[in-house]
Design a protein around this ligand. Structure first.
Ligand code: LMR
Length: 398
């Protein structure tokens, strides 16, 4: 039956974790996966999660994924991106379903896109999270990239981005990262988002936001939603994938939400039922424990306040590590410009390291990152930052 099968190519992010785990070196560093680590390099269980856990312990909901439980998650998640008092929520003009983290939410949307617009394509930023390509490929939606990142400035190529949005056929689907772009750490400014939104309006494009790192760009969840709020104010219908893997440290629970804005309630009912049907054949309903945790955190004012503080602490630690890494490289006398380490935001630094340099870092220094030179800044700590800077300096010094 399986003679003709060859192994699938390794995932560029998961394979970094595998290589890291296989390395016995005691001072190895994992800068691969974008998951938060504390200053000891350890994954953490947030206080808000512990508190929510204590409160859901008596829950009777573990047998099935009740509608009430799902609806709470969806409504609370929607408030995070569209705003506490948003009209779309009050008027029920959105279709929302729980999803298996950001990946699952993207996948549900990609499937919906193919069902409803079989001849459409998705425009993905160049570069983007590697899995976006796989998700839309497996949903059999044609893909095209739009220019986003400028390798020389290591910042946004705004002119090229606007050109590509303009030149795409009217009514195209675009995937946008509303904050903390993965892998580049490069976000448009407020004014640039306004221009992007206006152009989308002219072109009648559909914006699909992948919100995987809300809170990590600025430390403030509201501020990190401002790109979406601009589109909302401009009257766009939009889609949004949300993940609680990073900002609640719940990667293993796979909790997320997909929401799609609609013109009215009737449309919302129709879209929601389509999404539920897609989910039903893929996994029935999502596991309930993580949903209960997230719903509790978002709906209990005290626990939510704890969460907001913890997000700020995580984002601040990552930002401090950016400054420390840049500082250390500059002190070593590196002749290269490392400003982008602190200009970029969120969990990642798109370092500009070449695949050969990344390879040397792994082989000679036991430092692991993806081959595109993306550094997960969450893996940098007070203890390893100088060692990392030294190693980067070694492999980049000509
Ligand atoms: C990443 O880009 O490292 C994260 O989004 C984690 C993942 O699942 O790929």
């Amino acid at each position: 039956w399986w003679d003709h099968v060859t192994p699938a190519p390794k995932d560029p992010i998961n394979s970094v974790t595998e290589a890291f785990l296989a390395d016995p070196c005691p001072y190895k560093i994992n800068l691969g996966v974008g998951a938060y680590r504390d200053d000891e390099g350890k994954p953490i269980v947030l206080q808000c999660v512990r508190e929510a856990q204590a409160k859901i312990e008596s829950s009777n909901f573990l047998e099935s994924n009740s509608t009430a439980v799902s609806s709470k998650l969806v409504e609370e998640s929607a408030k995070l991106v569209y705003g506490e008092d948003s009209d779309v929520i009050k008027e029920g003009r959105f279709a929302g379903v729980p999803a298996l983290s950001g990946t699952g939410a993207c996948h549900l949307f990609a499937e919906l896109q193919r069902r409803l617009y079989p001849d459409s394509r998705i425009y993905l930023p160049d570069p983007t999270w590697s899995n976006h390509h796989n998700i839309w490929r497996d949903a059999h939606v044609a893909k095209k990239t739009f220019r986003y990142y400028h390798p020389d400035s290591k910042g946004l190529d705004f002119m090229a981005l606007m050109d590509d949005i303009k030149n795409a056929p009217d009514g195209s689907f675009f995937l946008l990262h509303p904050c903390a772009h993965n892998p580049t750490g490069v976000d448009p400014s407020y004014e640039q988002w306004k221009e992007i939104s206006s152009l989308f309006k002219v072109k009648n494009h559909f914006p699909f936001f992948d919100m995987a790192y809300q809170g990590f760009a600025s430390g403030d969840l509201e501020r990190d939603a401002r790109a979406i709020r601009i589109f909302l104010e401009d009257g766009h219908l939009i889609g949004c994938a949300q993940s609680f893997a990073k900002n609640m440290g719940l990667y293993g629970h796979r909790v997320g939400c997909l929401s799609v804005l609609c013109d009215d309630k009737t449309q919302a009912v129709a879209i929601k039922s389509q999404l539920q049907q897609i989910a039903r054949t893929m996994y029935g309903s999502p596991p309930i424990h993580g949903i209960l945790l997230v719903s509790k955190i978002l709906s209990d004012p005290d626990i939510k306040a704890t969460w907001l503080k913890e997000v700020k602490v995580m984002a601040t630690r990552v930002r401090r590590m950016r400054a420390a890494l840049r500082d250390s490289l500059e002190k070593l006398g590196s002749s290269l410009d490392w400003q982008h380490i602190t200009n970029q935001v969120g969990m990642f630094c798109f370092s500009g390291l070449t695949p050969d340099e990344v390879d040397r870092l792994a082989k000679e220094f036991h430092i692991y990152m993806t081959y595109d030179g993306r550094i997960s800044m969450a893996g940098v700590t007070t203890k390893n930052v100088d060692y990392l800077a030294n190693a980067i300096h070694e492999v980049t010094a000509s």
